[in-house]
Design a protein around this ligand. Structure first.
Ligand code: ARG
Length: 427
């Protein structure tokens, strides 16, 4: 049976009920504990500022918190089912070490603001990681765009042959998409960058808590002011984070789709390093792009978490235990996204273009639009030129230029410098 800080009568709850209440909470709290320790350190510093803890008491508790963090990160302190959650584990640890002094640590707070601050710190750190990986991916796509800038590629719409294109266009389409993601992730980071600590269960406490000092110490940009809003925003912030995570994952889904087509024998336009494919247990000839397929599938997992979250927060104001379940989507969602994103840069760099096949696929019909524009450049009205070319049989005539589309951002004029400049500005 889990030790509970709030329970004076251990006969009250059976382990079956306890387990039902915690479900996978302890597993998820393993990700939050270090942030909870940091927030607890800031909290006791703030308690010292208003005279609730003496300097000597503060030093003892701070030392123990540093020790706990070290032990936890070294795997010496284990967060087990013995505790109800990571919050109780900290209080038990301090009480075991300092007796009555340890019991003072929860003055002025509730597990409701404690979990909110730990989640917020966790999310900020993970968004930073996400942005780092997202940038690595943008760089990889841009490098490949430069490498294959003017290499011909058949361009498709509706998966039907459309116009001559370039591999530079394809790679840099993804580069620009990931560059956009960076701005979105940064905006979400700024949006959630507020300190919920010091709001207790949702109604504050009758103490002049120094919320500014915990804000500063924990590196938040602003206070999340309204104590009830802190609880109301649980799940709201997480929903925004997951919808942000969904963007790079959606790009990855599209990229995976392209890859699975272009790697197939039917297209045979690209190849990737062998380590990203697997064999078949029955067909000796197979090299399957399983890594790419798992990447594609992981989008659905995250979309599932996002929808789970949205449904979970159909609640009245204030704290409800339902909110505990918002942790799963956030923690697992980040884990799935970060592991997926981290595979990508090397995979992108390993892509090889089959130039011969790419050129072979660009047939005369795909050049009809270019032929229309050749007539336009000689002064014919666009619709007349369109009809003339449409009604003429392809005469096998080469158009004068290869990748001639000269408007900025099109094959032949990718303007990669522009993307490079945007990428460089992203820290
Ligand atoms: N595990 C809980 C959660 O994530 C911690 C807060 C518990 N608060 C409470 N009032 N029971 O929501």
């Amino acid at each position: 049976m889990a030790k509970k800080i709030w329970n004076t009568n251990l006969e009250d709850s059976t382990s079956e009920i306890s387990l039902f209440l915690s479900s996978e909470d302890i597993e998820l709290d393993k990700f939050l504990l270090p942030y909870d320790i940091d927030a607890t350190s800031a909290h006791i510093n703030a308690l010292n500022n208003i005279g609730v803890l003496k300097k000597s008491e503060l030093s003892k508790l701070s030392r123990s918190l540093r020790k706990l963090k070290k032990e936890y990160l070294a795997g010496e302190f284990k967060l087990s089912e013995e505790y109800e959650d990571c919050h109780s584990a900290i209080e038990f640890y301090l009480t075991e070490a300092h007796g009555d002094l340890g019991k003072k640590v929860h003055t002025g707070r509730s597990r409701n603001d404690q979990v909110a601050v730990a989640m917020r710190l966790f999310a900020k750190e993970k968004l930073k990681e996400l942005n780092g990986l997202n940038k690595d991916i943008a760089c990889a796509f841009l490098d490949m765009a430069m490498k294959y800038e003017n290499d011909p590629m058949p361009g498709y719409t509706h998966l039907q042959r459309a116009m001559p294109s370039s591999w530079g266009l394809w790679f840099s389409a993804y580069a620009e998409s990931f560059i956009d993601n960076y701005d979105l992730i940064k905006a979400t980071y700024d949006w959630i960058d507020s300190n919920p600590l010091g709001t207790a269960a949702g109604y504050g406490v009758n103490l002049p808590l120094d919320r500014e000092s915990t804000k500063e110490e924990l590196g938040f940009n602003r206070l999340q002011l309204n104590s009830m809003y802190v609880q109301n925003s649980r799940g709201k912030y997480e929903t925004q984070i997951l919808s942000t995570i969904k963007q790079p994952m959606m790009d990855i889904r599209k990229f995976s789709w392209d890859m699975s087509l272009f790697l197939s024998q039917e297209f045979n336009l690209l190849s990737i390093d062998k380590r990203y494919s697997t064999g078949s247990s029955i067909m000796p000839n197979k090299h399957n792009p399983d890594v790419i397929e798992i990447m594609r599938a992981n989008y659905s997992i995250i979309a599932g978490y996002a929808s789970e979250l949205e449904n979970l927060i159909s609640l009245p104001s204030g704290y409800h235990r339902d909110l505990q379940l918002t942790k799963r989507g956030l923690v697992r969602g980040f884990n799935t996204a970060l592991t997926t994103l981290s595979i990508l840069p090397d995979l992108i760099y390993s892509i090889k273009v089959n130039k011969e096949q790419s050129i072979k696929f660009i047939d005369d019909d795909m050049k009809m639009t270019d032929r229309v524009y050749e007539l336009v450049s000689k002064g014919m009205a666009f619709r007349d030129a369109y009809n003339k070319i449409k009604n003429s049989k392809s005469d096998g005539q080469e158009v004068s230029s290869k990748l001639i589309n000269s408007s900025s951002g099109s094959p032949g004029n990718l303007n990669l410098k522009n993307l490079k400049k945007r990428l460089k500005k992203q820290k």
